[in-house]
Design a binder for this molecule. Sequence first.
Ligand SMILES: NC(=O)C1=CN([C@@H]2O[C@H](COP(=O)(O)OP(=O)(O)OC[C@H]3O[C@@H](n4cnc5c(N)ncnc54)[C@H](O)[C@@H]3O)[C@@H](O)[C@H]2O)C=CC1
Ligand SMILES: Nc1nc(O)c(N)c(N[C@@H]2O[C@H](COP(=O)(O)O)[C@@H](O)[C@H]2O)n1
Length: 219
Amino acid sequence: MKKPYVISNVGMTLDGKLATVNNDSRISCEEDLIRVHKIRANVDGIMVGIGTVLKDDPRLTIHKIKSDKNPVRIVVDSKLRIPLNARVLNKDAKTIIATTEDTDEEKEKKINILKEMGVDVVKCGKGRVDLKKLMEILYNKGIKSILLEGGGTLNWGMFKEGLVDEVSVYIAPKIFGGKEAPTYVDGKGFKTADECVKLELKNFYRLGEGIVLEFKVKK
Ligand SMILES: NC(=O)C1=CN([C@@H]2O[C@H](COP(=O)(O)OP(=O)(O)OC[C@H]3O[C@@H](n4cnc5c(N)ncnc54)[C@H](O)[C@@H]3O)[C@@H](O)[C@H]2O)C=CC1
Ligand SMILES: Nc1nc(O)c(N)c(N[C@@H]2O[C@H](COP(=O)(O)O)[C@@H](O)[C@H]2O)n1
């Protein structure tokens, strides 16, 4: 199956959290945010789940370094919960919303509004977005590389389907704790170690106050 090359990147605390229980996600140092924007500048798309949009209202554009273009912003949003005033819907970059084929009058109305705003709405899957099918659709739209930023639920979906090729993670010297705090990979989780995603460590280095680890996903 032809699919984009997918790099998963997060800023994570030592205890694996992506934010506090109160959704404070100030984890990466400035040096790491610049590293992230250099990755953003080298991919065709940046992908997040709707949970991240609802909690962070991210820009998903390149603003920490100079860049003459922005990657396509991709939001995975089964129930089309995206607020129409979300920053990812502004004119700074192209945006694709991936939703499910399940629909009703209200959803169709919102899809029409989004299309009038210049947003590309893609329907694939029932109940949940079919991520494998979405990857094929994005590849056929010319998106050959994607930075998957999360959050933990979407990361689980992508890892579970074997759609991630590379992992880079900045680990901050912080501990957030919190059983309910979001982690790098949430979702159902693998039941046995045999099923888990296996990685090959390719590189690691100090950055700012933390450390960056880079892996290839073993296929
Ligand atoms: N520190 C970091 O690097 C980052 C932190 N975050 C944090 O992560 C949290 C958001 O993560 P989550 O709440 O887990 O939301 P999420 O951003 O992972 O979005 C999950 C949503 O995506 C949709 N979805 C549709 N099809 C799916 C599929 N097949 N598999 C999985 N999801 C699918 C569903 O509506 C699901 O609820 C926020 O606290 C945010 O600050 C998010 C990105 C990076
Ligand atoms: N790499 C990284 N480190 C952190 O500490 C973070 N909190 C995040 N969050 C991701 O960046 C998005 C917000 O930044 P922009 O407004 O898009 O520049 C946020 O939504 C997460 O995807 N990432």
